[in-house]
Design a protein around this ligand. Structure first.
Ligand SMILES: [Zn+2]
Length: 156
């Protein structure tokens, strides 16, 4: 960005266009827009904020638009699924304190486990498929029982 200086001889606004070189400011509007660019911007609309330095929004409308967006349906949708996944993970962890366990499907269901939600799948060389909720995994043995495992490392 150009650096704004003031001519000490005439008191006019000047712009420094390079090291040691000065040229006359073309218009006062440019000076003004450069000044505005240095000011804080509204985090909702990007307009410069006039007023207190700690203000984050240019107006009440932008403040409520921002807050509404945070609580939008899309955000809630993501939040709800994240909560399901975290709950699934918690249930698996609870039922598998030693890193390996065998549990009946009903025990998972009773605790509110949702079988449709998992973060990733892992297929072993022998063709078994483990489903994971983050690090906590489970594999259906015969549709009645599940083997629970814990994965230590992230898998691509
Ligand atoms: Zn705004």
């Amino acid at each position: 960005m150009a650096q704004i200086t003031f001519c000490c001889n005439f008191g006019r606004d000047w712009i420094r266009s390079g090291v040691g070189h000065f040229r006359k400011c073309p218009t006062p509007d440019l000076i003004q827009s450069l000044e505005l660019m240095k000011k804080k911007q509204c985090i909702e609309c990007g307009e410069p904020i006039i007023g207190r330095a700690d203000k984050r929004f240019c107006s009440d409308q932008c403040r409520s638009a921002h807050n509404n967006r945070l609580n939008s349906d899309a955000t809630n949708f993501v939040r709800n699924i994240n909560n399901i996944l975290r709950k699934n993970r918690r249930i698996l962890e609870e039922l598998n304190p030693d890193g390996k366990a065998r549990v009946h499907r009903d025990r998972l269901s009773e605790k509110g486990f949702k079988f449709s939600y998992f973060t990733n799948e892992y297929r072993t060389k022998s063709g078994n498929i483990y489903r994971f909720c983050y690090d906590q995994g489970y594999m259906s043995m015969d549709n009645e029982y599940y083997t629970l495992v814990v994965r230590q490392e992230y898998v691509e």
